[in-house]
Ligand binder design. Sequence first.
Ligand code: AR6
Length: 246
Amino acid sequence: MSQLKTNFKGLLTLLILLNIFINNLHAAQQSSSVNFNGTNITLVDGDITKQKFNNPASAAIVNAANVTLLGGGGISGVIHRAAGPGLNEECAKLKADDQGVRCPIGHARITGSHNLKEHFAHIVHTVGPSLADYPGSAFRNGTVPSAEHKILLENAYENSLKVAHKAGVNEIAFPSISTGIFAYPIEQASKIALTQIFKYVKHNPGAFKEIRFVLFHDRNKDEDELQDITIYKNVLKQVIHEMEIQ
Ligand code: AR6
């Protein structure tokens, strides 16, 4: 009986190791990187709370927040749960207007990372535009973002980089802002995101060692639906071509 138990445990360990190996292989195959003006711009498939950096003290992740900065669903909920209650306490202390707005759409704020500080010291909170209640929204198919939506999304990326840079951050990881609950069509959002990053790096060479996009792998998607990382990879090629980056 104990022999059987030992064999079973051995088999289980082997299966776990095999699973880790396959996942790592999958992640390695999925990542992609380009160096521009001294900054590595990287696309990875993964969970933003699990990111590792060369120097945690000068690293940050970006939260796709709501204007109150008090947690919420989606990635914001994931980040707040991982960082612990200290994050909500710190956010609650930030100045709010009489509507409870601590960070207007397109702006960014920076806090500590609390329980995640071994991995990265800072969290940048930004709020992207929402198309969820917009006529023709993605929930009803065929959204066409307005010029204002586009500018607000550009601002969210630019202001996140600005507050991070000012705080001495030189490695930063972004999620795909506004493309979840806020329903911004990802093909258009990814083009805005990548273009904005390249523009920032063009004007601020050497400010960041790495700007990483962490794209969530949705296991519920059908096989013929493109994963976010594939969309970002295709758009990256387009942006490099259009901006004439070698
Ligand atoms: N790591 C990386 N990406 C993730 C993760 C993760 N752990 N979890 C989700 N994503 P969303 P939004 C992806 O909806 O559209 C909140 O309630 C997800 O697949 O979190 O900007 C806030 O409080 C999607 O591609 O952000 C706001 O009210 C992307 O992250 C509102 O939702 C963004 O999804 C913000 O909506």
